[in-house]
Design a protein around this ligand. Structure first.
Ligand code: IPM
Ligand code: MN
Length: 352
């Protein structure tokens, strides 16, 4: 079997970590008897430099014609002064909208070997952390009407029943495969869109009698995530709240350099990318942590291609590398062995 994958390295460390993920995919394919037809395309700052826009039509088209999209990271200081609608980040929004990727899965898992990298106390971490953040990705304030009137600027948060229903179903389906516990996060004490969100989630809940549903205000959720993260199994929330809470959830697992994500729609292709950004401060130095990107590639095998054994193999290889004490700078702790981007990528392949 040959899978068509559009590869978007993007900017900064995006390029470095993508190389490692592609190498791992090729290696696991050889081992399990499948391969990839990979098409590399530009998006983000590098596309602005080359084509004058963050998301060239050819890129979106190549992605639409693929079975899955693998994306490194976009953005950097070089493009920070551009007007909002021309920034590299627009490429991400354009891809999410253009591919209909309304569901963003961000698993925050603490590897046993990385307990010391978590800023939380051992008694809070207990035997580990495993929270799945399900973030709505094509609605809310990211895509609402915005503008300026005189001295005032505005952005709008709007959700339709349909949009909430479909993200809620994704979250319930995932909860069914996990601990059957769903926390819906909103700001229903203030926002009308959140009151609709709550109503719709409660309605969808009737289809999933086995799942325990709770609601929490986002400010409280931000606090509870560091106070007692073990109370959460699956969190479902809006685009903006999910953006914020998933960064927070990632840090309690040790490093944002460890966390993958999957963005899914009704049909293919899904898009897979690390939660971290382009990290311009360390770009080009060979020291970025490629593990989030590598585990994102594993998510691609799992969610887009149903290649469970191969996905497990990648994740196990990553765990073995960590168990053997190898670390990139972002997750280093005393007595561990410091390695660079290429070295840790090679070690993952060695452990497949
Ligand atoms: C993310 C990023 C993006 C977002 C930015 C770069 C547009 O922070 O994927 O979480 O806000 O969604
Ligand atoms: Mn973010």
């Amino acid at each position: 079997m040959t899978y068509k994958v559009a590869v978007i390295p993007g900017d900064g460390i995006g390029k470095e970590v993508t190389v490692q993920a592609v190498n791992v995919l090729k290696a696991v394919g050889e081992k399990y008897g499948f391969d990839f037809e990979m098409t590399e395309v530009d998006a983000g700052g590098c596309a602005i430099d080359k084509y004058g826009k963050a998301l060239p039509e050819e890129t979106l088209k190549a992605c639409q014609q693929s079975d899955a999209v693998l994306l490194g990271a976009v953005g950097g200081p070089k493009w920070d002064t551009l007007p909002g609608d021309q920034r590299p980040e627009q490429a991400l929004l354009g891809l999410r909208k253009g591919l209909g990727l309304f569901a963003n899965l961000r698993p925050a898992v603490l590897h046993q070997a990385l307990k010391e990298a978590s800023p939380l106390k051992p008694e809070i971490i207990g035997d580990g952390l495993d929270v799945m953040v399900v973030r709505e990705l094509t609605g809310g304030i990211y895509f609402g009407e915005r503008g300026r009137e005189g001295d005032t600027a505005y952005d709008t948060e709007a959700y339709s029943k349909y949009e909430v229903e479909r993200i809620a179903r994704v979250a319930f389906d995932i909860a069914m495969k996990r601990d059957k516990k769903l926390m819906s996060v909103d700001k229903a004490n203030i926002l009308e869109s959140s009151r609709l969100w709550r109503e719709v989630v409660d309605n969808v809940a009737k289809e999933y009698p086995e799942v325990t549903v709770d609601h929490m205000y986002v400010d409280n959720a931000a606090m509870q995530l560091v106070r007692n993260p073990k109370q959460f199994d699956v969190i479902v929330t809006s685009n903006m709240f999910g953006d914020i809470l998933s960064d927070e959830a990632s840090m309690i697992t040790g490093s944002i350099g460890m966390l993958p994500s999957a963005s899914l729609g009704e049909s293919k292709p899904g898009m897979y990318e690390p939660v971290h950004g382009s990290a311009p401060d360390i770009a080009g130095q060979g020291k970025a942590n490629p593990l989030a990107m590598i585990v994102s590639a594993a998510m691609m095998l799992r969610y887009s291609f149903d290649l469970t054994a191969a996905a497990d193999a990648i994740e196990n290889a990553v765990s073995k590398v960590l168990d053997s004490g190898y670390r990139t700078g972002d997750i280093i702790s005393p007595d561990m062995k410091l390695v660079g981007t290429e070295e840790i990528g090679r070690l993952v392949i060695e452990n497949l």
